[in-house]
Structure formats: C-alpha cells, structure tokens
Design a protein around this ligand. Sequence first.
Ligand SMILES: Nc1ncnc2c1ncn2[C@@H]1O[C@H](COP(=O)(O)OP(=O)(O)OP(=O)(O)O)[C@@H](O)[C@H]1O
Length: 471
Amino acid sequence: MNEFWQSCIAHLEQEFPPQQISAWIRPLVPLAFDETGSQLRLAAPNRFKLDWVRKNFAHQIESFATTWFKKPIHLQLELSASTTDRPKPLAVQAAPSVAPYGASVSEQSYSNNASQIDNGGEASLSGSIDNRSRLNVELTFDNFVTGKANQLARAAALQVAENPGISYNPLFLYGGVGLGKTHLIHAIGNAMVSAGRGVRVRYVHADQYVSDVVKAYQRKAFDDFKRYYHSLDLLLIDDIQFFSGKNRTQEEFFYAFEAMVAQRKQIIITSDTYPKELEGIDTRLISRFDSGLTVAIEPPELEMRVAILLRKAEQEGLAMPEEVAFFIAKHLRSNVRELEGALKKVVAYARFHGRDVANVDTCKDALKDLLSVSSGQVTVENIQKTVADFYKIKVADMYSKRRPANIAMPRQVAMYLAKELTQKSLPDIGDMFGGRDHTTVLHAVRKISDLRAKQADLNHTLHVLEQTLKG
Ligand SMILES: Nc1ncnc2c1ncn2[C@@H]1O[C@H](COP(=O)(O)OP(=O)(O)OP(=O)(O)O)[C@@H](O)[C@H]1O
C-alpha cells in the first residue's frame, strides 16, 4: 500500500504543481486497499480537504490505482479518525510526537477567515520519520548523488554538519524544485544525530512553522513556542519563501534566529531563490539570511542524472542497464523528483504490462506522455512547463489572461526563451501564449533581454533555465 501511494504521489507530481501536491495530496493518508470490493481507502485530515480532493483529484487517483492494481478501483475518501484533525501515518514509529507544535493552521486562514489556504501537515508515509526531530532518516549524505550541480552545496552541508554553529551560520541553500535541498538538510540533521552529539534537532517546513506561530497565538502560548524553538541546537527550515507576507511569523522567526545564532546554534534554510530575491520578506531577515553562506543547487547535468537513476534503481532492487538510464536522463532534464517519478512510472508500467523494465522500448512506451514534452529539441510547450515549474506557477497561467506580477514576469521569461530557443515567429509564439498579439511577445523579449543585461540574478536564472531546456 505504501509503495502504491508513493508511486501515486509521484504520478500526480507530474501533473500538478508542487504547491497543490503539498497542500492536498501529501496530507492524505492511505488506509487500506480492499481486494474484494476493489476499494481504495484514503483519509483526509478535514472535511474541506476531503471535498476538495474528491472534486479535483479523485479521478486521477482512481485511474492511477486502476493501472496499478490492474482492475477498476473505486476511491473511498474518509475523514481522518484522529482527534487532532491530523491523519495518523500508516507506519510511523511508535514514539509519540513530543514536538509541541504541529497543527495545520495557516497564518492567513487564521487572520482572515475567507482564505482557503490550509497548508496541511507533514504526513509521513515511509515510517522513517523520527517524530521528535521530524527528520527523515532515509535522506542521508550516503545516498545523495553528487555532481557539478550540487557539489558546492554538499561540501558546505558536510562542513556545517561537522562544525555546527561555527562555520556558516546560517547556511542558506537555494534552487529550483526537486533538486535535493530538502534531502541535503535532512542529511545534515541525520549526520549530526548519528555523530551522537545528542543534538536537539527540528526539521520544519516553513508552512508548518507558520502554523506553529498561529497555534501559539491562539493558545497564548508564545512563551512555550519561544522556549521550544530557542532551545534547539539545529533548526532546519525548508522553503522559507512560504513566509512571504506572514509578518507575525517573520517576527517570531527573527527572534528565534537571533537567539540561536547568538548561542552558536546552527540554522539551515532552504528557499527557491536567493535571499535578496525573496519577495514579501522583511529586509532585516533577508540581511540575516545573507550573513552566513548562501549556496545554489543547480539542475543536474546529464551524467549526474544517469548516476541518480542508476542509484535509485539499485535502491529499488532493479538492475538497470546504463543505456536505459541514459535514455531516460537524456529526455528528462528538469529535476531529480521528475527522474524519480519517471522511474516509478516505468516500473509500474512494466509490471502492469508484464514487460521488461530493463529495456529502452519499455521506457519509451511508459514515458510516452512525458517524452512528448521533452523530446530532443526545445519546444514552446516544454519552455512553458519548465518555466512554470521553476517559478512554481501553473502551466495554464502561461495562456491565461491573468496579470499579477508573479505570473506576468515568468510568462515574459517564457516568451523570451521561446524566441531565443525555437524557430517560432513572434505571432506563432503569441498564439501559443493564449492568443496574444505579436507586439506583446516583442515587448516581453525586449524587456527580458534588457533586464538580463542589467540584473545578474535574472541572468543567472535564465542561464539555469536555458541549461535545463537544452540538457
Ligand atoms: N543528488 C541527489 N541524490 C539522490 N537523490 C536526490 C538528489 N537530489 C534530489 N534527490 C531526491 O529527489 C527528490 C526531490 O528532492 P528534494 O525534495 O530534496 O527537493 P527540493 O529541492 O527540496 O524540492 P522542493 O523545492 O520542491 O521542496 C527526493 O526524493 C530526493 O531524495
């Protein structure tokens, strides 16, 4: 069941943006698969999530389950029985969570009830989470494949694990989705714990930290909150960009940060962008983030993608010939999560059709949909998908008429890349971006190339995107 659910998530990750996966899919907990009734039972943490999942994801989950279990499957969604309104993972360690904070409330939904944002908890499926620290013990330095794209980040992470609080504080890791930031910070925590220093570690996703702040606020328990966070030896905080606009959270974090750094306690932060580029974050905090070491993780190059696939296949007990790994790696270039998803897809497909996994033809068939997006030459669709993934917006926003800055800018970047990397004319590109006029495309191309010449960070972003697209 766990294997099924992990594969199902990987499959959904190919179709939906990461925010949707973490808000709606990850909080679901697989309860059981009933062979006789062909029924798959999943628990949702609350009524709102249950209805949302039923409306928006049930069909995809059922169809993946149908493929996986090789018969038509009916999805049964249930409310989690947990009194805390938080689903109990299938196979978590017996130790109860002693972390005082963990509710699933967002600062926005608390401060304005109209908000639908509820970021969900951290549902553990693998049974490998240490509940006190929330460290995933399976994410280690040993199984982190290194290449040009991440060697600096890994070296910095190792250094910090060996000299916490002294060498670089904070260590700030940034990069696009699925490139291994979370993996690396768990690896630091695991290394420190297994070095037996008895460290008090806490991994927390930024969303969860926001929830903790809200909960402390509701319960008037800020003293406990402060005591808990300020007493840690190592705080790993993931995806800090989610603090954007959450002022109270930022204030609390600022105090925790100051207290910890003053006591030489280590803080490690990840983000999808580097500190100065963070939007909606207080400048005081940004300057603190910049005061340690900031390192990028870049998209993996071909050889590294092959190495990752071979390693993952080995972990799954599969003997994968290099030519198969090369085939997948050549076609899927954006990130490691995508590679993992592809591997799972191939395995599920081969199992369903009784075919040999270790075969390029099987891969071609299994990954037909993905490969059409990433076939050899760069296509406008591929640019739209890659840019949308990078900026964490929906591909549909590339064609939509919506114009908020967080969408308009990525769209202009995509138009610029479409002009630069494909043979398409300006009117053709305009058509492919929701029927826009060629002058709109021309404006985007000029604007981005002007900005690129002036802004080193944008130039860097474009460089990463070009690399990703060209492979
Ligand atoms: N270098 C690597 N070696 C082995 N596995 C990796 C590597 N990089 C990433 N992975 C795996 O890829 C998956 C995605 O990585 P991870 O969750 O760490 O990405 P991330 O950068 O934190 O992404 P996001 O910004 O979406 O949170 C994980 O299963 C992770 O173990």
